[in-house]
Design a protein around this ligand. Structure first.
Ligand code: NAD
Length: 299
């Protein structure tokens, strides 16, 4: 069993840290919020009063933070956390951040003799709690193999996308496609309902036809069609519009750098930005359905 320093125990990091504790690891926890640290301590974690204290004597450091700016500030710039991590330790950053932030972290960590991977996740808060996350790893073969057993304590699938930064690229490609699928699904459902169809009947038909996709299958955006989907609880408790906007912003940034054409992703970014400005930023991303029902009212 390993000694693990865990930094950032919010919606995702909190349950991930608890799964590591349940797997028998010693987990030293730091977050800017003492209340969030206390929640993990109640499940068997050890509180740390600074990031430096969290990494004291550990074999592995895991972070789950809001943005690339925060990650770089903590490890490299203002926080200088890399200096405090024991020699030879493995750093696993699970935050969703820009590929260049992940590569900057990798370069700085390697200079210090630390192993580092980016390991953003898919699966949301429910997947974090259930220990069924998908990890998408960027890093060397050796560091991937070293991280795999501990990632499997928090998830069911672990993929190796390529070198450092590749995990982030794969993650933002996936989320751009997810946004496009969700918008297309919401648009099709609204079109059907506006023309007299029942949303459940139309969903069943499309599920067995060529329009079938992940949003229809597991995350229907029309309220009441799928009992356990966020749409059936007023779009609460899922993946926030604000986070989807962040991921689409990262996808657009990557597309500019690589001169890739992403017309559908660009449109998805604009629609989700408009939706967030309409006070929906904290709702689940399937609430984009409201955008189409509203546009009917305007016509
Ligand atoms: P969150 O805001 O709930 O948690 C982030 C935590 O980081 C907060 O508790 C905050 O206090 C802490 N934090 C911020 N700066 C810190 C610092 N300098 N030192 C220590 N702690 C600090 O966010 P979340 O939903 O847990 O998301 C975390 C990451 O996971 C993000 O990069 C997000 O894009 C990604 N993600 C989220 C989901 C989801 O469904 N929520 C799904 C996949 C990926």
């Amino acid at each position: 069993m390993a000694a693990i320093g865990f930094i950032g125990v919010g919606n995702m990091g909190g349950p991930m840290a608890v799964n590591l504790i349940n797997a028998g690891h010693r987990v030293q926890v730091f977050d800017l919020s003492d209340d969030l640290v206390a929640k993990v301590v109640a499940k068997g974690g050890f509180p740390a009063n600074s990031p430096q204290a969290a990494v004291d004597g550990v074999d592995i450091v895991i972070s789950m933070l809001p943005s690339g700016e925060v990650v770089e500030a903590l490890y490299i710039h203002q926080g200088h956390l890399l200096e405090a991590i024991p020699d030879g330790a493995l750093v696993i950053d699970c935050s969703t951040i820009a590929p260049h932030n992940a590569r900057n972290l990798a370069h700085a960590a390697e200079k210090r003799g630390l192993a580092v991977i980016d390991a953003p996740v898919s699966g949301g808060v429910a997947g974090a709690a259930a220990g069924t996350l998908t990890f998408i790893v960027g890093g060397s073969d050796a560091n991937f193999e070293r991280a795999k057993p501990v990632l499997l304590n928090m998830g069911k699938n672990v993929f190796h996308a390529g070198q450092n930064g590749a995990g982030q690229i794969a993650k933002i490609c996936n989320n751009m496609l997810l946004a496009v699928q969700m918008i297309g699904t919401a648009e099709a459902l609204q079109l059907g309902v506006d023309n007299g169809l029942d949303a459940s009947v139309l969903s069943d038909i499309m599920l067995k036809s060529s329009g079938r996709n992940w949003a229809l299958e597991l995350y229907n955006p029309w309220p009441g069609v799928m009992e356990n989907a966020p749409a059936s609880r007023n779009y609460t408790g899922g993946f926030q519009v604000d986070l989807m906007n962040k991921d689409l912003g990262l996808a657009m940034e990557a597309a500019i750098k690589s001169k890739s054409a992403t017309p559908m992703g660009g449109l998805a970014k604009s629609l989700y930005a408009a939706h967030a400005r309409d006070d929906h930023g904290k709702l689940d991303f399937s609430s984009i359905q409201k955008f189409f029902s509203l546009s009917k009212k305007w016509s």
